[in-house]
Structure formats: C-alpha cells, structure tokens
Design a protein. Structure first.
Length: 312
C-alpha cells in the first residue's frame, strides 16, 4: 500500500452513554491507523461527555467538541470544518465499524482512482468490486436500501465537499443524508462498491424514523424537492422521475399519518403545524396530479388519495 492518506471520521453524538464507547473503540481498532476522529457532542444530558473525555485522554487522534443541542446536521457541519484528512467518513454513535473498514475502503477507492467508495451494512450480494456510473450510482442510492443514501457506509473526498460547498441542511431531519450524498455524487463520475460488510448498523426502536408522527418527518419532503432540483440541473431525467415518484409517495404517507395524528390528538386541526403540513401537501399533490393520474403503473388507491389531497 503506497499511500497513507489521513481519513477523518465524523461522529455526531447525543445522549449516547450506552453505545459511544463501542463506537469509539471500533475506530481505535482500525487496521488503517492514519485517522482522525472528530466527535461533536450535540448537547448531551447524560454521561456521554465523560466517556468521550476519557477516550480523548488516551488517544490524541480523537478530538472532542461540544455544542448546544442543534441537531445532527449542525453537528456534522461543525465537525466538517474541523477535519484535516484527505478523506471523510462517518460513524454514528450507536453503530460501529468492522476492524478493516477504513483499510478496505481506501484500498479500493485508491486502486480504482474513485472519488466515492461504498460498502455494505448487511450481507453483501456480490463478490467482486463493482464500478457504477454517476447516474446508476444515484439510482441505487434512491432505490437500493442495501447501500442507499446513507453517510456511514461511504468514504468521500474532502476536496469535493469543499470545492462545491456541500453542507448538511439544518432544517432537514430525515433524508438530509440522502440529499448530501446525491449533491456530492452529482459532481463526480460514479462510485466503487466494495463487496464487504464493513459497517454495523444498530437499529434503534425509538429512533426518529420509527417513532410517531412529528414535524421533523415532514422535512423529508423538502429533501426530496431539493434532490429533484439537483438532478434537474444535472439533466438526469431517469433519476428525476424516480425522485418525483418518491416525493409523491412520501407525501401521501405523511398525509395519511397526519390524519391518524389528528384522530389520536397528537396534532390539532387549528394548529400552525397542521396548516403548514396541509398547505405543503396540497401544493405537491396539485403539482403532480396530472402526471400521476395518467401513469398506468401508479396504484389506483394512490391516484384517489392524490386527487383527494389536492383539495381536502
């Protein structure tokens, strides 16, 4: 291996006292040793900071910062500004890396002169390294949950992030990672798929995406609308269509969840939140109603719901 380029790993943290030690130690066990771990404590109220400080005292490659609770996007942006590696990777505080994750990732991207490496977090479906074009890469990020638009199973070039000023949207809480990944990919030629499970994802039953209805869930519609803008600018018609369908389907699901929340009392019909969601959903439905009423493969029940949500 004729290279020794530093990899900066970003780890946003909030109330992770039960898992943070495992996450940090998985970085410390890496067989590739030229790394920098940037941990941003996003206003934790538990013993998280104490654990982080103990780890920092034992390993000068670990850097710790504390900010007021602002959400993962702000924490990641804060960390990005403090990285000094050529490559950027991410690890969530409740997950952990395989011991050979960094070595395997950088070895493949360097050997194939790629600007983006992607690994699996489930059992890999192939045995050979695979090279994908930009359009195919974005398509897989949109439709393939095996290595979709997540941050933590990828390695990025910091120069690309800085050159195009790619940042996390502070007002988006779901699909903000997908937006970041697609913005990045729109500026490169494609990616390399490493056929190994190098990241361990710990499913949290009380996480945002699995919890009851909240305004934060609505922000995924903002992310998808921005993704459509990026792909339109890139003249990627195939992935624009995929993104538009995802936007319409998510809009229908959010409206359905909103009605359930009204019935359960979680959301009030006279509240500003209800008014905002209803207006946003009506706007999206009206924009795409003609297109999807004509589409044969779009489910009939979705067509009915789409039509209703234009006006109700």
């Amino acid at each position: 291996m004729p290279y020794n380029e530093k990899i900066s790993i970003i780890m946003p943290v909030y109330n992770a006292e039960k898992t943070i030690e495992r996450a940090i130690e998985s970085v410390q066990r890496q067989t590739y040793t030229n790394w920098q771990l940037v941990i941003v404590n996003d206003g934790s109220k538990d013993a998280t900071q104490t654990i982080i400080e103990q780890k920092c005292a034992m390993d000068d490659r670990i850097e710790s910062y504390t900010i007021d609770n602002s959400g993962p996007a702000e924490a990641r942006n804060y960390a990005l500004e403090r990285t000094n590696g050529k490559w950027i990777a991410f690890c969530d505080a409740d997950d952990w890396l395989a011991d050979n994750a960094l070595l395997s990732m950088i070895d493949v991207v360097r050997n194939f002169s790629s600007q983006l490496g992607v690994c699996y977090y489930t059992a890999p479906s192939g045995e050979q390294v695979e090279s994908l074009s930009k359009s195919e890469t974005i398509k897989q990020f949109l439709i393939n949950s095996e290595f979709g638009g997540y941050l933590w199973n990828k390695i990025f070039l910091k120069d690309i992030i800085e050159k195009y000023n790619i940042k996390f949207e502070k007002s988006i809480y779901i699909c903000e990672d997908l937006l970041f990944v697609i913005q990045y990919t729109s500026h490169i030629q494609g990616c390399i798929i490493i056929p190994q499970k190098l990241y361990n994802y710990d499913v949290q039953p009380d996480g945002l995406t699995s919890s009851q209805f909240s305004m934060k869930k609505v922000t995924q519609l903002d992310a998808l609308e921005k993704i459509i803008e990026v792909l339109n600018d890139d003249v990627d018609a195939t992935n624009v269509e995929i993104s538009k369908r995802l936007l319409v389907e998510k809009t229908i699901f959010i409206r359905r969840d909103m009605m359930k929340s009204l019935k359960s009392g979680v959301l009030q019909i006279r509240s500003p939140e209800y008014k905002y969601i209803k207006e946003k959903i009506n706007r999206i439905c009206r924009r795409y109603i003609k297109e999807y009423l004509k589409e044969e493969k779009f489910p009939k029940k979705f067509k009915v719901m789409l039509l209703l949500y234009c006006f109700i």
